[in-house]
Ligand binder design. Sequence first.
Ligand SMILES: [Zn+2]
Length: 238
Amino acid sequence: MANLQYACSSALVDKATRCSTYAAVNDWPTDPSQILCTLHRNRKERGEKVVTAPGVDLLMLRFFLNHNWDESFRDAGVPFVEKNIDNTIKVETEAERLGRNPYRYERGETADSGVSVFGKTKEGLRGVAVDTLLFEFATAGYLPVSCYRSPKPNGAVWLTASFSRVLKNGSVSDEALGCLARFMQASFDHVHIWSNPLQPPRHLITTGTLNAAGRKPLESDDEETPRLKFTGGLWTVQ
Ligand SMILES: [Zn+2]
């Protein structure tokens, strides 16, 4: 591999948003915090303080479901909702409880758009396995807060599963989690990962999104397929 685009691992001046400049790397970093864009690298070399991008407070995983998996999640009690129900998590209340200002960016000092962690490619990451992510989330203190199915305009169904280290007011059944674990025993043809603000309303807490399509089941003894790693919210592939 060569000339991979990886989002700089440092935070912007507000310390709440990941830098949106890409650093070219020859391979995915084992220590993502070392990968800096030219600006941040120069700052570090001048002895100035460079802050690593913040971890993710709320993580949303989105997967296309085929008919069989849609039925499996339905049978596991995962609800089908017409609208995005994540607002019911009441992030606003939580942000206030945590002493954060849910509208900190009202003055417009930060761009709204998120950062695509692995470069701006239409295809995204190709053929990475996601089977170790749930374990990583759990060990990093992320709890499942919501899981639901929702329709796409073309008749397809999305699964959305959210995990958070700060929100406590959600829950996902063991049956649903078990189904998700089986579903994620797989690699995906296209994986897009965004380090992004929550919308709407804007910028309540730091969020990350993973969108994946093209599921391929993973053999239990598979050691060849590259693994997507959460690495504290910076993300890498190993
Ligand atoms: Zn940077």
